[in-house]
Ligand binder design. Structure first.
Ligand SMILES: Nc1ncnc2c1ncn2[C@@H]1O[C@H](COP(=O)(O)OP(=O)(O)O)[C@@H](O)[C@H]1O
Ligand SMILES: [Mg+2]
Length: 257
């Protein structure tokens, strides 16, 4: 099985504060890996290091076998990244956003047009292609953000809280889409603070204050800690840590930025 994503003692400090504290993990090609943690746990900081957007203080990351520190531009070509704040242009039309991302990834005119039609169809966006993005409901924007992240057909997809703020039905549909992509061999690395979404992942890690507190399949972790839900495993793991008083229970607090 080939390794799509690997971290070895990946660490990021901001001044004296350690946001990501020596995390190590491996994600296989085609796996749906859930990167769970409460708000402020360090999920976005970690994902930005994997995507070559933020330099680690210590440790290393590889994506598709490519060292992120040494070849950040090569990494950006093989990944799709959907940031926590969807990086769409509100004032552009739906299809203009797709044109924009096709340009960022240097697709030829022909490839750009072909991929645009494919993702518009794949995400049911054909009827809104001429709509101004800012006028769309959040669930539609989420689908457009995902379509944009996939315009260059990446084999590895990083999604940072893609379901934040969207309604339960849109969340459910979104996870179906994720599984369809994984079935085609796309590796999915997805952060969430909704513990119930753990069940949709092949494997998960649970992060607490910059540290990976547990890693395994949802079934393995529930068995290991003798709990019936990942929510209970999470509460068990963070018991005694300061995080509840700082950030509220997972899934309830608002995102930090
Ligand atoms: N650029 C930065 N400068 C200083 N602190 C930061 C910066 N980015 C993130 N942090 C801090 O690092 C911690 C982890 O943040 P983040 O990775 O965004 O967590 P999450 O995505 O899990 O909510 C938080 O305490 C946050 O305030
Ligand atoms: Mg975040």
């Amino acid at each position: 099985m080939s390794i799509a994503i690997k971290a070895e003692n990946l660490t990021r400090r901001f001044g004296k504060f350690t946001a990501v504290n020596s995390i190590s993990l491996e994600v296989a090609q085609g796996e749906v890996f859930g990167f769970l943690g409460a708000n402020g746990a360090g999920k976005t900081t970690a994902i930005r290091m994997f995507c070559g957007l933020l330099a680690p203080t210590e440790g290393q990351a590889w994506v598709s076998g490519i060292s992120v520190a040494h070849f950040p531009r090569a990494v950006k070509k093989v990944i799709g990244y959907m940031s926590q704040k969807f990086s769409l242009y509100d004032e552009l039309r739906v299809e203009e956003n797709l044109d924009f991302f096709a340009g960022v990834y240097n697709l030829s005119k022909q490839d750009a047009n072909q991929r645009k039609e494919e993702v518009l169809a794949q995400f049911g966006l054909q009827d809104v292609r001429r709509r101004i993005t800012g006028s769309l409901p959040l669930g539609w924007k989420q689908r457009l953000a995902l379509a944009s992240a996939l315009i260059h057909n990446p084999r590895i997809l990083f999604l940072d809280e893609p379901t934040g703020g969207v309604d339960p039905i849109a969340r459910r549909n979104f996870w179906e889409t994720i599984h369809n992509l994984a079935a085609k061999g796309v590796t999915i690395f997805v952060t969430t603070h909704y513990m119930d979404e753990a069940e949709y992942c092949h494997r998960i890690s649970i992060m607490d204050q910059g540290v990976i507190a547990a890693i395994g399949s949802p079934q393995e972790l529930k068995a290991q800690y003798g709990k019936s839900t990942i929510q209970e495993v999470f509460v068990h793991l963070i018991k005694g840590s300061q995080i509840e008083s700082h950030f509220g229970l997972p899934g309830i607090g608002s995102t930090s930025y």
